[in-house]
Design a protein around this ligand. Structure first.
Ligand SMILES: *Cc1c(COP(=O)(O)O)cnc(C)c1O
Length: 399
């Protein structure tokens, strides 16, 4: 068995750019460098054409309406998902605050959603934080019961970055539709891995980011529904009125072209890739669990992204595990700060006891993961856990 070290199993944090995406972007740095807002010359037009094409490529992946002349009008290009989440949540809150000041979200959201809601709470908005079950899911019923006459927005992520848990999006979308409340979803981890259809799923606003599915960093988008219902937003910043006034600033043309190319590849290859990766992931999980007892899979077993596994190892300290993994890039459920060991807010919300939350590791596979790599990592996990359990190391924080 030959593997190149270090091994990358942290695709949920970021992915390498696919070589085909890079080739698509290449001309847009030095040859086709125009400003997509320059309407008076061919340099601008060439950039504009590229952006138009990318908008439609993004739209095609989500079943958003395309437009041959302008490119999909419901796609607002951003610097990534953090900005898209901020724009969606603050944008709706500030545009509609006279209609109501209540927002519903849930405990395991990504920081961009959590902190946007917390910011709004300081401005007098009222946030309902729905609890999740032990698999990390909320139910459509919980959402239905939380909706009030003054509810503006429901924001529930499509799939969780730490566990891969997929939320009941179409059911939540249907309830929001019936109750006349806007529905935003942070779909950053789901795009390119599971099929998404903004109409079937009842989604009004959707955030995504190119670098989570083989596109470049610093490029993302927000889908903003224009009819049935039409959603208005207050922009985050003022300027030249780009992106229908919702997002001023010169467009990142190479980044946008890369995002479009990543979407086109995902649309074509997603089904095959997801099934290949879930087979590899399942084999990896069962190899570890048949060799070790007291290993727990975090997340909802029947509603989970295909390429991630989050495992808790009883009696095997998480930071010692990470230290032993010097040649394998993974993420841990605990974050060492100088003062303390803090367990993941996601795992805690799912009700994990401290020890299992600390001793958790996320392995996220991707396009370039090989069977040999997983074999190497599985053996390393088994060896490391056995040795830590043998020596009974106490939880420490090395940071
Ligand atoms: C990575 C990630 C983000 C942030 O995306 P950026 O483009 O890096 O800002 C937001 N939400 C989820 C679920 C993510 O995984």
């Amino acid at each position: 068995m030959s593997v190149r070290l270090p091994i990358y199993l942290d695709y949920n944090a970021t992915t390498p750019v696919d070589p085909r995406v890079f080739e698509a972007m290449r001309p847009y740095f030095m040859e086709v460098f125009g400003n997509a807002a320059s309407a008076s010359h061919s340099f601008g037009h060439a950039a504009q054409d590229a952006v138009l094409r990318a908008r439609n490529q993004i739209a095609a992946l989500l079943n958003v309406e395309q437009d041959e002349r302008q490119g999909a009008r419901e796609i607002i290009l951003t610097s990534g998902a953090t900005e898209a989440n901020n724009l969606a949540i603050k944008g709706v809150a500030h545009a509609y605050h006279e209609k109501g000041r209540h927002i519903i979200t849930q405990a395991t959201e990504h920081k961009g959603v959590l902190e946007s809601c917390q910011r709004l709470a300081t401005e007098g908005f009222e946030i309902t934080w729905l609890p999740v079950d032990s698999g990390g899911r909320v139910s459509a019923d919980q959402v239905a019961q939380a909706i009030r006459p003054d509810t503006l927005l429901v924001s529930i992520m499509y799939a969780n970055n730490e566990t891969g848990t997929i939320q009941p999006i179409p059911e939540i979308g249907a309830i929001c539709k019936a109750r006349d409340v806007f529905f935003h979803t942070d779909a950053t981890q789901a795009v390119g891995k599971v099929p998404i259809d903004v109409h079937a799923d009842g989604i009004d606003l959707l955030s995504l980011s190119a670098h989570k599915f083989y596109g470049p960093k610093g490029s993302g988008a927000l889908f903003v529904r224009r009819k049935g219902p039409r959603v208005r937003l207050m922009p985050l910043f003022d300027g030249g009125g780009h992106e229908r006034g919702y997002r001023s600033g010169t467009l990142n043309v190479p980044g946008i072209v890369g995002l479009g190319a990543a979407c086109e590849i995902a649309k074509r290859e997603m089904a095959e890739e997801s099934s290949r990766l879930s087979t590899m992931r399942d084999r990896f999980e069962s190899q570890i669990r048949s060799a070790l007892d007291r290993v727990f899979v975090n997340g909802d077993p029947s509603h989970r992204l295909p390429q991630v596994t989050n495992l808790s190892f009883a009696a095997a300290d998480g930071s010692s595990m990470l230290r032993a993994f010097d040649d394998v890039a993974v993420s841990s459920g605990s974050a060492c700060t100088s003062a303390s060991l803090a367990a993941s807010h996601v795992l805690r919300a799912m009700g994990l006891e401290d020890e299992l939350a600390y001793n958790s590791i996320r392995f996220s596979l991707g396009r370039f993961t090989t069977d040999d790599e997983l074999e190497y990592v599985a053996e390393k996990v088994i060896r490391t856990v056995r040795s830590l359990r043998g020596t009974n190391v106490a939880a420490t924080c090395s940071a």
